[in-house]
Design a protein around this ligand. Structure first.
Ligand SMILES: [Zn+2]
Length: 81
């Protein structure tokens, strides 16, 4: 009885070892921490008319280099001195 349990235990260990060997190791590439591009490192510009801050990529600019939140404010801003 004891030898049967022992054999089963050995088989259980062998089976686990084989399974862990067959299984592809969960290789997770270590990625360096990258800050969320949506929260930081985005140049923010302020609308010349309503003074709302918005990402530079979403802002409109005029020839004077001023930034605006929308086309309406850009038109309003370009007519300002
Ligand atoms: Zn605006």
């Amino acid at each position: 009885m004891f030898s049967l349990l022992f054999k089963g235990f050995i088989l259980w260990i062998i089976w686990h070892m084989l399974r862990s060997m067959m299984r592809p190791s969960p290789h997770i590439p270590h990625q360096p921490y990258q800050p969320d591009s949506h929260s930081q490192d985005i140049p923010m510009q302020r609308c010349h008319v309503c003074h709302t801050y918005l990402p530079e990529a979403k802002s409109l600019s005029d020839r004077q280099g001023r930034y605006y939140c929308c086309e309406l404010h850009r038109q309003a801003g370009t007519h300002q001195p």
